[in-house]
Design a protein around this ligand. Structure first.
Ligand SMILES: [Zn+2]
Length: 343
């Protein structure tokens, strides 16, 4: 029966990181993998390969088990579910051609996902008394039981890590909140920061904390309401509301400037995203003049309405970001009524 085991895969040295990028993140195409196996895993598949030194772990592994990847100092950045396993040194040799040590076993993976979790957090839970896994290893059953007794299944636990619910106390976010507040005194920078390798960045945990801090601040200053329509919808059973964090200047992925964000309901998040609506510099709604499109009648009613802004001016959307949004979606302040192709 699969799904009961948890394995830890360290990939910290350059060679292991290159392998990780190649076969786990970028995936291997069917043209390549089918030269070495009869299995069909679709047009692309992810896998991790281990050497014959890890044979005993391979023998205990089955589909449905999970692997955590330790790819940064102090962090597990990714997790994946085992799809299938196979002894296949040829495929390993083909894909990891530059590798200095031979691999023997292939672990095919279902879509790997980011967890960006400090290793100490996971190790504390399983009472694992080291900072990092030294080599590929299996977490013993009694340690896995600690996860299962608290979260039901390993899968549930990883879903919680993936969703960013790090169970952070608000005082753990003090530094991030402070940084967000301080950055509001600086001029916005509109050039997207070139991140050469987003996948293997060295501050995944930090970014995760910043985005949680940003979300908490937006919830607070917008009172968990949509800035456009003022609606607030709660989850029927769990904690939380429907409102989503909306980034105004679209290309600034690494941007945690609160003045580049709004809290919006699903509908208005979408309307902003696709360019149905934008804002002028007095924070009044502009509507795309696409009269022949369904939805127009609804959105045109918002035209000229001032959105709900936070009490503190320093948290209001910055006009530079609004300008970027208007430019991107073809809103001209003087001629916003002129029809242009709605894409
Ligand atoms: Zn709304």
């Amino acid at each position: 029966m699969g799904g009961n085991h948890l394995f830890l895969a360290p990939c910290v040295n350059d060679e292991a990181q290159a392998c990780f990028r190649k076969s786990v993140i970028k995936q291997i195409s069917k043209e390549i993998y089918q030269q070495y196996t009869d299995q069909d895993y679709g047009p692309e598949v992810s896998f991790w390969a281990i050497s014959d030194k890890a044979e005993r772990y391979y023998q205990q592994m089955s589909s449905g088990d999970h692997i955590l990847f330790y790819t940064n100092s102090g962090e597990y950045t990714h997790a994946a579910r085992v799809l299938d396993i196979e002894q296949n040194p040829q495929l390993g040799k083909e894909v990891y051609s530059s590798n200095s040590y031979p691999v023997e076993y292939i672990i095919y993976l279902e879509d790997p996902f980011r967890i960006d979790t400090p290793s100490s957090k996971i190790h504390d839970l399983i009472e694992y008394n080291v900072d990092y896994p030294i080599s590929f290893t299996k977490v013993s059953d009694d340690r896995v039981e600690k996860i299962r007794s608290k979260f039901g299944t390993i899968r549930n636990y990883l879903a919680i890590l993936e969703s960013g619910e790090l169970e952070l106390e608000s005082d753990e976010l003090d530094e991030e909140i402070q940084q967000i507040i301080e950055s509001t005194s600086e001029e916005p920078i509109l050039t997207p920061k070139q991140s050469s390798d987003l996948l293997m960045d060295h501050s995944g945990v930090r970014k995760r904390k910043l985005s949680i801090a940003l979300r908490r601040m937006l919830d607070k200053i917008y009172d968990e309401r949509c800035a456009v329509c003022g609606k607030r919808r709660e989850h029927p059973t769990a904690h939380g509301t429907e409102a989503e964090v909306h980034r105004i200047a679209g290309k600034l992925r690494e941007n945690f400037d609160i003045r580049n964000h709004l809290l919006l309901c699903r509908l208005h998040h979408w309307a902003f995203e696709v360019g149905w609506i934008s804002l002028d510099d007095s924070f009044c709604v502009l509507t795309k003049n696409a009269e022949d499109r369904e939805g127009y009648d609804e959105f045109i009613e918002l035209e000229g309405e001032e959105i709900n802004l936070p009490d503190r001016r320093q948290f209001w959307p910055h006009t530079k970001y609004l300008q970027e949004h208007r430019d991107r979606h073809g809103f001209d302040l003087d001629e916003s009524k002129i029809y242009d192709d709605f894409k």
